[in-house]
Design a protein around this ligand. Structure first.
Ligand SMILES: Cc1ncc(COP(=O)(O)O)c(C=O)c1O
Length: 401
């Protein structure tokens, strides 16, 4: 009889030849439990998804209630589903300046695709500007926004009309011009290793877009729903996008995403011709019910308002000779080590000793910390102790050679 691990390798497609292979038994609150009976403190949130921790009771109850009413009834956009209406009303009340129409999808990359199409259709323009070292998803349009050709080379040709600029370099903003449909960027670059905007960069992007009539699309798929200490990072950095993208933490562990725009822009997808963007499962009622419970819990319990204090607490505890710098925006943190060789040891040793952390796609000297926002002070202490011990180990390992 093959083991579950062997069956996994044989029949479940892998994304690398070295998968982590943590066999999950269950997950609750801040902890993940393996089939071997080991407990792991989650400092990663499944890459910024489980902001309320695992299986938050409000989310579980909302899903259960919806399961007893109805699941899928029709492709998106034809039937009225109460969960979709209720969540859209709640969400848009928290947003500014006409961001009042919510297009529901299932994954982050789909919201990027939808936004690109909407920007092209609304403006009648063709080009899209994106930032280097950004990750917006793995479908062909989102993949075409990637700047590093090591990843894209084997999938070319991508979607034409994409130009790249470097995040935080205002001298390159002139590449957003009268032919640009939109710029798509993250308010804080996530996979680059957590790069916050500097010198009012986002406001400068906004100004340039206004000057040339391009739309500003903010990808808040990773920064949204309290991660940076504000409900959305654009509120923190005081800028309002034309199209806002969300996903990941939105569903409290259920798959749902959206792009949000003013109604008059969004209507471009409904006319000349109609059905400009359609989806079967986008805004699935059980997932949107989960999103509603997530947003309600985040705001009622003001969970995200304690994020900046927790960020400061982690920064004060994480002091070690092999840390070069910590970049952060709330509980989205990149810890850069003095040498690249330390990284693998720190990550492996941390996981071995019972805390989950992760790498970044485009930064090979830093590890990612993105714990659920509900982490308490004792768990911060527990996590930092495991991390510091892993850094001691990595330093020892490397010095020995
Ligand atoms: C900023 C950002 N945008 C888009 C995506 C794509 O989201 P998904 O994996 O749900 O398609 C990700 C995923 O990591 C992301 O971090």
């Amino acid at each position: 009889m093959p083991s579950i691990r062997e069956l996994y390798i044989s029949h479940v497609a892998q994304t690398s030849e070295i998968p982590l292979m943590l066999e999950i038994e269950r997950a609750e609150g801040m902890y993940i439990y393996s089939a071997e009976g080991k407990r792991y403190l989650d400092l990663n949130s499944g890459i910024s998804v489980s902001s309320l921790g695992h299986r938050h009771p409000n989310v579980i109850n909302a899903v259960k209630n919806q399961l007893d009413k109805y699941l899928h009834t029709m492709v998106y956009g034809e039937h009225i589903h109460t969960p979709q209406v209720a969540f859209a009303e709640l969400l848009t009340q928290t947003l500014d300046n006409g961001l009042d129409s919510v297009y529901y999808l299932s994954s982050g990359t789909e919201s990027v695709e939808g936004a690109m199409k909407l920007a092209r259709k609304h403006t009648g323009r063709y080009n899209v500007v994106a930032c280097s070292s950004a990750y917006h998803g793995s479908t062909m349009g989102s993949e075409s926004l990637r700047s590093d050709d090591e990843f894209t080379r084997s999938f070319l040709p991508g979607v034409p009309g994409v130009r790249h600029i470097d995040f935080n370099d205002e001298s390159q903003l002139s590449k957003i011009d009268e032919d640009t449909a939109c710029i798509i960027l993250e308010p804080v670059q996530a996979e680059g290793g957590v790069i916050p905007p500097e010198d009012n960069y986002l406001q400068k992007v906004r100004k340039r877009c206004d000057e040339v009539g391009a739309l500003m699309v903010l990808d808040e798929i990773q920064t949204g729903f309290g991660r940076t200490g504000y409900l959305f990072a654009h509120k923190k950095y005081d800028v309002v996008p034309d199209i806002l993208l969300m996903g990941k933490a939105m569903g409290g562990g259920m798959p749902v995403s959206a792009f949000v725009a003013p109604k008059e822009i969004m209507m471009a997808l409904a006319k000349k011709p109609m059905l400009g963007h359609i989806t079967t499962f986008g805004g699935h009622p059980a997932c949107v019910a989960a999103a509603h419970a997530t947003l309600q819990t985040l705001t009622d319990e003001e969970i995200y308002k304690d994020v900046l204090r927790k960020e400061a607490l982690i920064r004060s505890k994480l002091k070690h000779p092999i840390i070069k710098e910590i970049r952060s925006s709330g509980l989205m943190m990149g810890v850069e080590l003095t040498r690249r060789k330390y990284l693998k040891h720190v990550v492996n040793h941390t996981i071995k000793n019972g805390a989950v952390i992760d790498y970044f796609l485009f930064n090979n000297k830093s590890f990612r910390l993105a714990p659920p926002l509900i982490i308490n002070d004792e768990q911060i202490e527990e996590g930092c102790n495991i991390l510091l011990a892993a850094m001691d180990y990595a330093r020892f390992k490397y010095t020995k050679r």
